[in-house]
Design a protein around this ligand. Structure first.
Ligand code: FES
Length: 487
């Protein structure tokens, strides 16, 4: 029987990004059956997959942990309770299969006996047919029982994967993700780049309520929000307080545009400050564990420090909604920047209000993406790129970063690590002495004859955004595929 695997599960098993498999499906190298892939086809394309080989897993994890710029998270096994439940489920499946096999065995033995009886007692054609059928059955059994096939490496790894993590499919979007370690279902969805509906992430508000269509969940955090009896009967659960025991199908709401997320006010703490140059500071804030910030990649926040406040783009990914990065430029006329470069220290409190802005990724667009950043316009672009990577978009992601100041490509190493880790990512740093916004657009047009096949995200100072937008539109680039932010 053909073993079929979902795209996400197949990607995990052979240790490649989901996008790499999508490209093989599009190119016709890998057949897909209603979105599912056959284990045999996968083994044909990736014959080196071995049970002992965890190189692929390591690579995916490395990309997730380092190239994405996500803060290190604890790599934990599922809790003992979850592990034992998953093992119990697998044992039950095995026991069912064994019982099934025993029934088949008994049926075959009985059939063989009956054929012998017919052959012994029957007459004429009946006796002859029974004899032939008996011989046929003996030969078939001999052929099947005599086979000693090596175990299918993918099937074994799949069994192991089912113990280590649970696979979740979200309806109606059909998005998929895995719940690893001690993650709640909500944590795991956010890490995978999905924008599920939620509020407090602490079991209080009920906004992460979702219906479990199939599979089992287990509470891993206390919750104060009370589901009604009717909701419980219909299978509703709180995603922020539960993890998946095994594979799940859930019905849940997802945000697709900026207007889906309400403004929130949160007091965060300065976790770290790191100079990214003489006049630039990486400000990393951490929200309370029980009050995290819900936002879409590319959005802004208002940060308030006493009397001083500033609206800044978030330079990190919503897949890590507790740790928020900002790139603050030293500016004598900006009282907030003065505080950051003056008296601000780790542990100080900053009030956050937002998120704002619609400079967000069109995640469902099938087009490749060009990111054009100028100076600290890189901040929201970085958030978009990390989000695109968390979603494992398979389309081309090309970043052009124009710097108007010396050492202006202040996170060039990070960009290069993305390019090293991902086949579909390209990074082009450009110094302003070699090109202005108009020249940048001309170069991009010369490099990409199919420019209109891209979505373009443009972020930087007002003059850069205006000039580059104008140059693009004059070339006939569709306005609807252009998203811009002034930073
Ligand atoms: S997010 Fe508030 S209860 Fe889950």
């Amino acid at each position: 029987m053909r073993q079929l695997l979902s795209l996400s599960r197949a990607a995990r098993l052979v240790g490649v990004a989901r996008g790499a498999l999508q490209q093989k499906i599009h190119s016709g190298e890998l057949p897909s059956f209603d979105g599912m892939l056959s284990a045999d086809d996968l083994l044909r394309l990736y014959p080196a997959v071995e049970l002992e080989s965890d190189i692929g897993f390591e690579r995916v994890e490395k990309i997730r942990e380092e190239a994405f710029g996500m803060r290190l998270r604890e790599r934990m096994l599922p809790s003992q309770a979850i592990l034992s439940q998953r093992l119990f489920e697998q044992s039950r499946e095995l026991a069912d299969l064994r019982a099934h096999l025993q029934r088949y065995h008994a049926m075959v033995v009985e059939l063989r006996e009956r054929l012998r009886d017919e052959e012994a007692r029957g007459v004429g054609a009946v006796r002859e047919s029974a004899g032939k059928l008996g011989e046929l059955l003996d030969r078939a059994l001999e052929a099947v029982l005599g086979q000693s096939e090596a175990p299918n490496a993918l099937a074994l790894m799949d069994d192991m994967l089912r113990v280590m993590s649970a696979h979740v499919v979200v309806h109606p979007s059909r998005h998929e993700f895995f719940v690893d370690g001690a993650d709640t279902i909500l944590d795991a969805a956010l890490r995978s780049g999905l924008a599920l509906n939620y509020g407090c992430s602490n079991g209080n508000c009920g906004l992460c309520k979702a219906r479990v269509v199939s599979g089992q969940v287990q509470k891993v955090r206390q919750q104060d929000y009370v589901l009604s009896e009717a909701e419980k009967r219909q299978g509703y659960t709180l995603l922020c307080s539960h993890t998946a025991v095994g594979d799940l199908v859930i019905e849940a709401l997802e945000s697709v545009e900026a207007g889906d997320i309400p403004p929130q006010q949160i007091v965060a703490q300065v976790k770290a400050m790191q100079a990214l140059g003489d006049d630039l500071m990486l400000l990393r804030l951490q929200t309370p564990r029980t009050n995290r910030l819900r936002f879409l990649a590319g959005q802004n926040l208002t940060l308030t420090l006493g009397e001083a406040s500033a609206q800044l783009p978030i330079a990190s990914c919503p897949c890590d909604d507790r740790n928020l990065d900002f790139h603050v430029v030293r500016n004598a006329r900006d009282s907030f920047a003065q505080r950051v470069f003056g008296s601000l220290k780790a542990g100080h409190a900053i009030t956050l209000f937002g998120p704002w802005g619609d400079f967000v990724l069109r995640a469902d667009s099938p087009r490749s993406i060009l990111f054009l950043a100028c100076d600290t316009g890189f901040a929201p672009i970085k958030s978009l790129i990390e989000h695109a990577m968390a979603l494992e978009l398979s389309e081309r992601l090309h970043l052009f970063w124009l710097a108007t100041r010396p050492a202006g490509h202040y996170l060039a190493n990070l960009c290069r690590s993305w390019a090293d880790a991902l086949d579909n990512f390209r990074y082009a740093p450009i110094a302003a002495e070699h090109a202005d916004a108009t020249e940048l657009v001309r170069r991009i047009g010369a490099e990409h004859a199919d420019l209109n096949a891209f979505d373009i995200y443009l972020a930087g100072p007002e003059a850069f955004v205006a000039t580059a937008s104008m140059a693009l539109l004059e070339r006939g680039f569709p306005q609807a595929q252009l998203t811009a932010a002034i930073v």
